[in-house]
Design a protein around this ligand. Sequence first.
Ligand code: ZN
Ligand code: ZN
Length: 144
Amino acid sequence: MHNTDKLKRILHKENLRYTQQRQEVWDEICASDEHQDAEGIYNSLRKRQVNVSRATVYRTIDVLVKNNLVRRLNLDDGRSRFENKTGIEHHDHIVCLDCRKIIEFMDGTIEKMQTRIAKEQGFEIVRHVHQLFGRCLDEKCPNK
Ligand SMILES: [Zn+2]
Ligand SMILES: [Zn+2]
């Protein structure tokens, strides 16, 4: 399904009007692979001269998360990050505690291991969150 159709469908379901501003919020999340927080998404839109209010950005993100188009990442620092959840491969995240850089990874061995462990415990996995927190070895990272 096209991105616009997905958005229209969930807005309709939520009794919200389809607007260009809401489309821009969804487009911004789809276009970015930076795991931005809500303020970052708002700033990116303003930088692109999109005339949208902060309230619309936050509200639209909530609707997108609620309807499974967007994933909310909780990185234990009180700032939720967001990423497109549709049409992208499953992946997990490594987070640098110093510069908050987020790296995506997918490892078949870990995935299989999780499935095996769950099975041994009498579970079938529906979803999982796997996050690694560490310090990146990048020279440009602060606190080096
Ligand atoms: Zn770092
Ligand atoms: Zn990601």
